[in-house]
Design a protein around this ligand. Structure first.
Ligand code: FA5
Ligand code: MG
Length: 425
Protein backbone atom coordinates (compact mmCIF):
# COMPACT_ATOMS: atom_id res chain seq x y z
CA UNK A 1 0.00 0.00 0.00
CA UNK A 2 1.25 3.46 -0.87
CA UNK A 3 1.47 6.07 1.83
CA UNK A 4 0.10 9.51 1.12
CA UNK A 5 2.53 12.22 2.14
CA UNK A 6 0.40 13.70 4.92
CA UNK A 7 0.42 10.39 6.77
CA UNK A 8 3.25 8.95 8.90
CA UNK A 9 2.69 5.36 10.08
CA UNK A 10 -1.05 5.74 9.61
CA UNK A 11 -1.09 8.98 11.56
CA UNK A 12 -1.72 12.32 9.81
CA UNK A 13 1.11 14.86 10.20
CA UNK A 14 -1.36 17.58 11.13
CA UNK A 15 -4.81 17.76 12.65
CA UNK A 16 -7.21 20.55 11.80
CA UNK A 17 -9.11 21.82 14.82
CA UNK A 18 -11.23 24.99 14.80
CA UNK A 19 -9.58 25.89 11.45
CA UNK A 20 -5.99 25.64 12.78
CA UNK A 21 -3.38 23.03 11.84
CA UNK A 22 -1.70 21.26 14.77
CA UNK A 23 1.32 18.94 14.38
CA UNK A 24 0.85 15.41 15.69
CA UNK A 25 3.37 13.23 17.51
CA UNK A 26 3.62 9.75 19.00
CA UNK A 27 1.18 10.58 21.81
CA UNK A 28 -1.61 11.88 19.49
CA UNK A 29 -4.83 9.96 20.19
CA UNK A 30 -7.68 12.41 19.53
CA UNK A 31 -10.01 10.81 16.97
CA UNK A 32 -12.03 12.33 14.09
CA UNK A 33 -15.26 11.47 15.99
CA UNK A 34 -14.14 13.66 18.89
CA UNK A 35 -12.87 16.49 16.66
CA UNK A 36 -16.26 16.57 14.93
CA UNK A 37 -18.01 17.17 18.26
CA UNK A 38 -15.75 19.97 19.54
CA UNK A 39 -17.85 22.81 18.04
CA UNK A 40 -21.21 21.50 19.30
CA UNK A 41 -21.15 23.03 22.80
CA UNK A 42 -24.43 21.49 24.00
CA UNK A 43 -24.43 23.57 27.19
CA UNK A 44 -25.12 26.72 25.15
CA UNK A 45 -27.79 25.31 22.80
CA UNK A 46 -31.15 26.92 23.38
CA UNK A 47 -33.63 24.49 24.99
CA UNK A 48 -31.11 21.67 25.31
CA UNK A 49 -31.48 20.14 28.81
CA UNK A 50 -27.82 20.93 29.61
CA UNK A 51 -28.40 24.57 28.68
CA UNK A 52 -31.53 24.69 30.87
CA UNK A 53 -29.60 23.22 33.77
CA UNK A 54 -26.70 25.66 33.31
CA UNK A 55 -29.20 28.53 33.34
CA UNK A 56 -30.80 27.19 36.50
CA UNK A 57 -27.48 27.00 38.37
CA UNK A 58 -26.49 30.43 37.05
CA UNK A 59 -29.70 31.97 38.35
CA UNK A 60 -29.08 30.35 41.74
CA UNK A 61 -25.64 32.02 41.76
CA UNK A 62 -26.94 35.25 40.26
CA UNK A 63 -24.23 37.52 41.70
CA UNK A 64 -21.39 35.34 40.32
CA UNK A 65 -19.60 35.97 36.99
CA UNK A 66 -20.83 33.43 34.39
CA UNK A 67 -18.36 32.08 31.84
CA UNK A 68 -19.07 29.45 29.19
CA UNK A 69 -16.98 30.00 26.08
CA UNK A 70 -13.41 28.93 26.87
CA UNK A 71 -11.62 26.69 24.34
CA UNK A 72 -11.31 23.00 25.29
CA UNK A 73 -7.69 22.95 24.04
CA UNK A 74 -5.33 23.41 26.99
CA UNK A 75 -1.74 22.53 27.82
CA UNK A 76 -1.12 19.54 30.10
CA UNK A 77 0.58 22.12 32.32
CA UNK A 78 -2.68 23.96 32.79
CA UNK A 79 -4.82 20.84 33.16
CA UNK A 80 -2.48 19.15 35.66
CA UNK A 81 0.76 20.89 36.77
CA UNK A 82 -0.73 24.25 37.73
CA UNK A 83 -3.17 22.32 39.91
CA UNK A 84 -0.42 20.42 41.75
CA UNK A 85 -1.08 17.03 40.11
CA UNK A 86 1.97 14.80 40.67
CA UNK A 87 4.03 13.75 37.63
CA UNK A 88 2.84 10.13 37.88
CA UNK A 89 -0.90 10.85 38.25
CA UNK A 90 -2.87 8.27 36.17
CA UNK A 91 -5.10 10.95 34.62
CA UNK A 92 -2.11 12.15 32.59
CA UNK A 93 -1.81 8.83 30.72
CA UNK A 94 -2.70 8.73 27.03
CA UNK A 95 -5.03 5.82 27.83
CA UNK A 96 -7.16 8.19 29.96
CA UNK A 97 -6.92 11.61 28.26
CA UNK A 98 -7.08 12.95 24.70
CA UNK A 99 -3.90 14.53 23.36
CA UNK A 100 -3.51 16.57 20.17
CA UNK A 101 0.23 16.27 20.80
CA UNK A 102 2.47 16.26 23.88
CA UNK A 103 1.95 20.00 24.47
CA UNK A 104 -1.78 20.23 23.82
CA UNK A 105 -4.72 18.24 25.15
CA UNK A 106 -8.49 18.39 25.64
CA UNK A 107 -9.27 19.55 29.18
CA UNK A 108 -10.35 16.68 31.43
CA UNK A 109 -12.11 18.99 33.90
CA UNK A 110 -13.21 22.60 34.26
CA UNK A 111 -10.67 23.07 37.08
CA UNK A 112 -8.12 23.52 34.25
CA UNK A 113 -9.30 27.16 34.09
CA UNK A 114 -9.11 28.00 37.79
CA UNK A 115 -5.77 29.80 37.64
CA UNK A 116 -6.65 31.94 34.62
CA UNK A 117 -10.06 32.98 36.00
CA UNK A 118 -8.66 33.86 39.44
CA UNK A 119 -5.84 35.75 37.67
CA UNK A 120 -8.44 37.89 35.85
CA UNK A 121 -9.51 39.08 39.28
CA UNK A 122 -12.83 37.23 39.47
CA UNK A 123 -13.65 36.35 43.07
CA UNK A 124 -17.11 34.73 42.58
CA UNK A 125 -17.50 32.83 39.37
CA UNK A 126 -19.12 29.92 37.52
CA UNK A 127 -17.65 28.33 34.42
CA UNK A 128 -19.46 25.77 32.25
CA UNK A 129 -17.64 23.69 29.66
CA UNK A 130 -17.35 20.46 27.71
CA UNK A 131 -14.68 18.13 29.16
CA UNK A 132 -13.07 15.02 27.64
CA UNK A 133 -11.98 11.68 29.08
CA UNK A 134 -11.23 8.38 27.35
CA UNK A 135 -13.54 5.80 28.78
CA UNK A 136 -15.54 2.62 28.31
CA UNK A 137 -18.84 2.56 26.38
CA UNK A 138 -22.11 2.19 28.28
CA UNK A 139 -25.32 4.05 29.09
CA UNK A 140 -23.71 6.40 31.63
CA UNK A 141 -20.25 7.00 30.06
CA UNK A 142 -19.49 9.19 27.09
CA UNK A 143 -16.03 10.56 26.16
CA UNK A 144 -17.43 14.09 26.28
CA UNK A 145 -19.43 15.40 29.21
CA UNK A 146 -20.07 18.79 30.76
CA UNK A 147 -18.96 20.27 34.04
CA UNK A 148 -19.68 23.44 35.89
CA UNK A 149 -16.96 24.89 38.07
CA UNK A 150 -17.89 27.33 40.81
CA UNK A 151 -15.54 29.26 43.06
CA UNK A 152 -15.56 32.00 45.62
CA UNK A 153 -12.61 33.64 47.38
CA UNK A 154 -12.47 36.03 50.33
CA UNK A 155 -9.77 38.26 51.81
CA UNK A 156 -7.74 36.15 54.21
CA UNK A 157 -8.25 38.60 57.06
CA UNK A 158 -10.82 39.69 59.63
CA UNK A 159 -12.94 41.60 57.11
CA UNK A 160 -13.03 38.63 54.74
CA UNK A 161 -14.07 36.32 57.58
CA UNK A 162 -16.83 38.73 58.59
CA UNK A 163 -18.16 38.45 55.03
CA UNK A 164 -18.05 34.64 55.29
CA UNK A 165 -19.91 34.64 58.61
CA UNK A 166 -22.63 36.91 57.28
CA UNK A 167 -23.11 34.72 54.24
CA UNK A 168 -23.18 31.59 56.42
CA UNK A 169 -25.91 33.17 58.52
CA UNK A 170 -28.01 33.98 55.42
CA UNK A 171 -27.61 30.42 54.06
CA UNK A 172 -28.34 28.79 57.44
CA UNK A 173 -31.57 30.74 57.51
CA UNK A 174 -32.65 29.52 54.06
CA UNK A 175 -31.76 25.90 54.86
CA UNK A 176 -33.44 26.08 58.27
CA UNK A 177 -36.80 26.59 56.56
CA UNK A 178 -36.33 23.67 54.19
CA UNK A 179 -37.16 19.99 54.24
CA UNK A 180 -33.60 18.75 53.84
CA UNK A 181 -31.61 16.13 55.77
CA UNK A 182 -27.85 16.55 55.64
CA UNK A 183 -25.29 13.93 56.66
CA UNK A 184 -22.14 15.89 57.35
CA UNK A 185 -18.46 15.16 58.05
CA UNK A 186 -16.15 17.45 60.03
CA UNK A 187 -14.95 20.50 58.06
CA UNK A 188 -11.39 19.57 59.03
CA UNK A 189 -10.03 16.26 60.32
CA UNK A 190 -6.68 14.43 60.51
CA UNK A 191 -7.53 12.58 57.28
CA UNK A 192 -8.82 15.76 55.62
CA UNK A 193 -6.61 18.51 57.01
CA UNK A 194 -6.51 22.27 56.57
CA UNK A 195 -3.47 23.57 54.70
CA UNK A 196 -0.41 24.47 56.80
CA UNK A 197 -0.49 28.08 55.55
CA UNK A 198 -4.13 28.51 56.59
CA UNK A 199 -5.43 29.66 59.94
CA UNK A 200 -7.56 26.62 60.92
CA UNK A 201 -10.37 28.92 61.97
CA UNK A 202 -10.44 30.59 58.53
CA UNK A 203 -10.30 27.23 56.80
CA UNK A 204 -13.19 25.99 58.96
CA UNK A 205 -15.37 29.00 58.13
CA UNK A 206 -14.66 28.75 54.41
CA UNK A 207 -15.38 24.99 54.32
CA UNK A 208 -18.63 25.72 56.15
CA UNK A 209 -19.53 28.37 53.56
CA UNK A 210 -18.82 25.87 50.76
CA UNK A 211 -21.12 23.30 52.36
CA UNK A 212 -23.95 25.73 53.10
CA UNK A 213 -23.72 27.16 49.60
CA UNK A 214 -23.88 23.76 47.92
CA UNK A 215 -26.62 22.44 50.22
CA UNK A 216 -28.62 25.44 49.16
CA UNK A 217 -27.93 24.67 45.48
CA UNK A 218 -29.01 21.03 46.01
CA UNK A 219 -32.25 22.33 47.46
CA UNK A 220 -32.82 24.51 44.40
CA UNK A 221 -32.10 21.61 42.03
CA UNK A 222 -33.61 18.60 43.79
CA UNK A 223 -35.91 20.04 46.43
CA UNK A 224 -39.01 20.46 44.28
CA UNK A 225 -41.81 17.98 45.10
CA UNK A 226 -42.70 17.42 41.43
CA UNK A 227 -39.35 15.93 40.50
CA UNK A 228 -39.04 13.14 43.03
CA UNK A 229 -37.14 15.30 45.51
CA UNK A 230 -38.35 16.33 48.95
CA UNK A 231 -41.93 15.71 50.02
CA UNK A 232 -43.59 16.42 53.34
CA UNK A 233 -43.07 12.76 54.27
CA UNK A 234 -39.55 12.34 52.90
CA UNK A 235 -36.98 15.14 53.05
CA UNK A 236 -34.25 15.65 50.45
CA UNK A 237 -31.16 13.73 51.62
CA UNK A 238 -27.67 15.04 50.92
CA UNK A 239 -24.47 13.51 52.21
CA UNK A 240 -20.96 14.90 52.45
CA UNK A 241 -17.97 12.59 52.12
CA UNK A 242 -14.27 13.24 52.67
CA UNK A 243 -12.42 13.20 49.36
CA UNK A 244 -9.00 13.90 47.91
CA UNK A 245 -8.05 16.25 45.06
CA UNK A 246 -4.48 17.52 44.47
CA UNK A 247 -5.74 21.12 44.25
CA UNK A 248 -7.96 21.37 47.36
CA UNK A 249 -7.64 20.61 51.07
CA UNK A 250 -9.82 19.81 52.89
CA UNK A 251 -11.78 18.13 50.04
CA UNK A 252 -15.31 16.75 49.82
CA UNK A 253 -17.71 14.93 47.52
CA UNK A 254 -21.45 15.37 47.62
CA UNK A 255 -24.00 12.65 47.03
CA UNK A 256 -27.75 13.04 46.74
CA UNK A 257 -30.28 10.30 47.54
CA UNK A 258 -32.59 10.13 44.60
CA UNK A 259 -35.15 7.44 43.70
CA UNK A 260 -33.57 4.94 46.04
CA UNK A 261 -29.86 5.47 45.26
CA UNK A 262 -26.93 7.66 46.36
CA UNK A 263 -25.52 9.53 43.36
CA UNK A 264 -22.20 11.37 43.25
CA UNK A 265 -22.85 14.87 42.00
CA UNK A 266 -19.69 16.88 42.57
CA UNK A 267 -16.19 17.29 43.96
CA UNK A 268 -15.13 20.32 45.99
CA UNK A 269 -12.82 21.77 48.62
CA UNK A 270 -10.81 24.66 49.99
CA UNK A 271 -8.57 25.87 47.15
CA UNK A 272 -4.88 25.09 47.53
CA UNK A 273 -2.85 28.17 48.28
CA UNK A 274 -0.42 27.26 45.46
CA UNK A 275 -3.27 27.77 42.95
CA UNK A 276 -4.07 31.24 44.29
CA UNK A 277 -0.38 32.18 44.51
CA UNK A 278 0.13 31.16 40.86
CA UNK A 279 -2.95 33.22 39.94
CA UNK A 280 -1.38 36.21 41.68
CA UNK A 281 -4.08 36.52 44.37
CA UNK A 282 -1.94 35.53 47.37
CA UNK A 283 -3.90 37.10 50.22
CA UNK A 284 -7.16 35.27 49.61
CA UNK A 285 -8.77 32.07 50.86
CA UNK A 286 -11.70 30.33 49.20
CA UNK A 287 -13.49 27.29 47.87
CA UNK A 288 -14.18 25.63 44.53
CA UNK A 289 -16.47 22.88 43.27
CA UNK A 290 -16.92 20.99 40.00
CA UNK A 291 -20.24 19.36 39.21
CA UNK A 292 -21.22 16.96 36.44
CA UNK A 293 -24.14 18.33 34.42
CA UNK A 294 -25.15 15.07 32.67
CA UNK A 295 -25.32 13.26 36.02
CA UNK A 296 -27.68 15.89 37.39
CA UNK A 297 -29.72 16.17 34.18
CA UNK A 298 -30.17 12.39 33.92
CA UNK A 299 -31.57 12.39 37.45
CA UNK A 300 -33.76 15.46 37.12
CA UNK A 301 -35.28 14.64 33.75
CA UNK A 302 -35.09 10.83 34.03
CA UNK A 303 -32.96 10.58 30.89
CA UNK A 304 -31.99 6.89 30.65
CA UNK A 305 -29.00 6.92 28.26
CA UNK A 306 -26.17 9.49 28.10
CA UNK A 307 -26.12 9.28 24.26
CA UNK A 308 -29.51 11.01 24.20
CA UNK A 309 -27.84 14.36 25.00
CA UNK A 310 -26.24 14.13 21.53
CA UNK A 311 -29.44 13.15 19.76
CA UNK A 312 -30.79 15.39 17.02
CA UNK A 313 -34.08 13.47 17.05
CA UNK A 314 -37.04 15.84 17.43
CA UNK A 315 -38.68 13.32 19.75
CA UNK A 316 -35.87 14.11 22.20
CA UNK A 317 -35.23 17.80 21.60
CA UNK A 318 -38.87 18.89 21.45
CA UNK A 319 -39.37 17.73 25.05
CA UNK A 320 -37.14 20.45 26.47
CA UNK A 321 -38.36 23.60 24.82
CA UNK A 322 -39.74 25.27 27.95
CA UNK A 323 -37.39 26.40 30.69
CA UNK A 324 -38.87 24.01 33.20
CA UNK A 325 -37.83 20.60 34.39
CA UNK A 326 -40.15 17.96 32.99
CA UNK A 327 -39.73 14.21 33.09
CA UNK A 328 -38.50 12.80 29.80
CA UNK A 329 -41.04 10.58 28.03
CA UNK A 330 -38.94 7.78 26.54
CA UNK A 331 -39.82 6.67 23.05
CA UNK A 332 -39.68 2.98 22.19
CA UNK A 333 -36.38 1.11 22.51
CA UNK A 334 -35.25 -0.57 19.31
CA UNK A 335 -33.80 -4.10 19.35
CA UNK A 336 -30.16 -4.80 20.24
CA UNK A 337 -27.78 -6.57 17.91
CA UNK A 338 -24.75 -8.21 19.57
CA UNK A 339 -21.52 -8.82 17.62
CA UNK A 340 -18.31 -10.35 18.98
CA UNK A 341 -14.79 -9.72 17.79
CA UNK A 342 -11.85 -11.90 18.93
CA UNK A 343 -8.25 -11.30 17.97
CA UNK A 344 -4.59 -11.76 18.85
CA UNK A 345 -2.67 -8.57 19.54
CA UNK A 346 0.82 -8.39 17.97
CA UNK A 347 3.79 -9.07 20.21
CA UNK A 348 4.81 -5.95 22.21
CA UNK A 349 1.55 -4.18 21.47
CA UNK A 350 -0.77 -3.43 24.38
CA UNK A 351 -4.25 -2.56 23.34
CA UNK A 352 -6.07 -0.80 26.16
CA UNK A 353 -9.83 -1.22 26.41
CA UNK A 354 -10.14 2.54 25.83
CA UNK A 355 -8.21 2.17 22.53
CA UNK A 356 -10.71 -0.44 21.42
CA UNK A 357 -13.65 1.74 22.45
CA UNK A 358 -12.27 4.75 20.56
CA UNK A 359 -12.08 2.68 17.35
CA UNK A 360 -15.69 1.63 17.90
CA UNK A 361 -16.84 5.17 18.62
CA UNK A 362 -15.00 6.47 15.57
CA UNK A 363 -16.52 3.92 13.21
CA UNK A 364 -19.97 3.40 14.71
CA UNK A 365 -20.64 6.70 16.45
CA UNK A 366 -23.71 6.55 18.68
CA UNK A 367 -25.04 3.33 17.12
CA UNK A 368 -23.26 1.42 19.88
CA UNK A 369 -24.93 1.22 23.28
CA UNK A 370 -22.20 -0.64 25.13
CA UNK A 371 -19.02 -2.66 24.77
CA UNK A 372 -18.00 -5.43 27.15
CA UNK A 373 -14.74 -7.32 27.32
CA UNK A 374 -15.90 -10.92 27.04
CA UNK A 375 -12.57 -12.60 27.51
CA UNK A 376 -8.80 -12.11 27.61
CA UNK A 377 -5.89 -14.53 28.02
CA UNK A 378 -2.22 -14.91 27.22
CA UNK A 379 -1.17 -17.92 25.14
CA UNK A 380 1.27 -19.93 27.30
CA UNK A 381 3.61 -20.79 24.42
CA UNK A 382 3.57 -17.78 22.08
CA UNK A 383 2.99 -15.28 24.90
CA UNK A 384 0.51 -13.43 22.69
CA UNK A 385 -2.63 -11.87 24.14
CA UNK A 386 -6.06 -12.81 22.92
CA UNK A 387 -8.95 -10.41 23.45
CA UNK A 388 -12.65 -10.76 22.84
CA UNK A 389 -15.11 -7.88 22.94
CA UNK A 390 -18.89 -7.97 22.63
CA UNK A 391 -20.40 -4.92 20.93
CA UNK A 392 -24.06 -4.09 21.48
CA UNK A 393 -25.37 -2.22 18.42
CA UNK A 394 -28.60 -0.36 19.06
CA UNK A 395 -29.84 2.90 17.61
CA UNK A 396 -31.82 5.26 19.82
CA UNK A 397 -33.79 6.63 16.87
CA UNK A 398 -34.60 3.73 14.56
CA UNK A 399 -34.42 -0.01 13.99
CA UNK A 400 -30.97 -1.15 12.88
CA UNK A 401 -30.84 -4.03 10.37
CA UNK A 402 -28.51 -6.98 10.89
CA UNK A 403 -26.88 -6.16 7.50
CA UNK A 404 -26.13 -2.65 8.65
CA UNK A 405 -24.62 -3.87 11.93
CA UNK A 406 -22.52 -6.42 9.99
CA UNK A 407 -21.31 -3.68 7.68
CA UNK A 408 -20.17 -1.53 10.65
CA UNK A 409 -18.63 -4.55 12.37
CA UNK A 410 -16.51 -5.22 9.24
CA UNK A 411 -15.26 -1.64 9.37
CA UNK A 412 -14.39 -1.99 13.05
CA UNK A 413 -12.43 -5.14 12.26
CA UNK A 414 -10.47 -3.59 9.41
CA UNK A 415 -9.64 -0.51 11.49
CA UNK A 416 -8.31 -2.79 14.25
CA UNK A 417 -6.14 -4.61 11.71
CA UNK A 418 -4.80 -1.38 10.16
CA UNK A 419 -4.26 0.60 13.32
CA UNK A 420 -3.07 -2.07 15.75
CA UNK A 421 -2.02 -4.94 13.47
CA UNK A 422 -4.27 -7.42 15.27
CA UNK A 423 -4.88 -10.90 13.92
CA UNK A 424 -8.58 -11.82 13.85
CA UNK A 425 -9.31 -15.27 15.29
C1 FA5 B 1 -13.18 16.66 39.10
O1 FA5 B 1 -13.27 16.67 37.88
C2 FA5 B 1 -12.67 17.86 39.88
N1 FA5 B 1 -12.14 18.83 38.94
C3 FA5 B 1 -13.81 18.45 40.72
C4 FA5 B 1 -13.36 19.53 41.67
C5 FA5 B 1 -13.47 20.89 41.32
C6 FA5 B 1 -12.82 19.20 42.91
C7 FA5 B 1 -13.04 21.89 42.19
C8 FA5 B 1 -12.39 20.19 43.79
C9 FA5 B 1 -12.53 21.54 43.43
P1 FA5 B 1 -14.31 14.31 39.30
O2 FA5 B 1 -13.45 13.60 38.33
O3 FA5 B 1 -14.76 13.53 40.50
O4 FA5 B 1 -13.59 15.61 39.88
O5 FA5 B 1 -15.58 14.84 38.52
C10 FA5 B 1 -16.49 15.74 39.11
C11 FA5 B 1 -17.92 15.38 38.72
O6 FA5 B 1 -18.03 15.24 37.31
C12 FA5 B 1 -18.37 14.03 39.29
O7 FA5 B 1 -18.85 14.15 40.59
C13 FA5 B 1 -19.46 13.64 38.32
O8 FA5 B 1 -20.68 14.31 38.61
C14 FA5 B 1 -18.96 14.20 37.00
N2 FA5 B 1 -18.29 13.14 36.22
C15 FA5 B 1 -17.05 12.59 36.42
N3 FA5 B 1 -16.80 11.63 35.51
C16 FA5 B 1 -17.89 11.58 34.69
C17 FA5 B 1 -18.26 10.80 33.52
N4 FA5 B 1 -17.41 9.90 33.00
N5 FA5 B 1 -19.46 11.01 32.96
C18 FA5 B 1 -20.31 11.92 33.46
N6 FA5 B 1 -20.03 12.68 34.53
C19 FA5 B 1 -18.85 12.53 35.14
MG1 MG C 1 -15.13 11.71 41.61
Amino acid sequence: RRQISAVVNGRPKFLEIFGEQYPTDSITNITPAIIAKLPLRLHTRPSHPLDTLRTLVESHYSDFAHLSSLSPLVSPFKNFDELSFPQDHPGRAATDSYYVNKDLMLRTHTSAHEVEVFRRGEDKWLLTADVYRRDEIDGSHYPIFHQMEGARIFSADASGMKEVEEDNERLRHRLGQANILIEDVPHISPSNPNQPTHDPLYSELVAQNLKLSLNSLMLTLFGGPGIGGATAAAPLRVRWIEAYFPFTSPSFEVEVFFRGKWLEILGSGVVRQATLDTANVPNKIGWAFGLGLERIAMILYSIPDIRLFWSTDERFLSQFTDKEITTFQPYSKYPSCFKDVSFWTPQNVTLHENDFCDVVRDVAGDLVEDVKKANDFVHPKTNRTSLCFRINYRSMDRSLSNEEANEIQLQVVSRLQEQFGVEIR
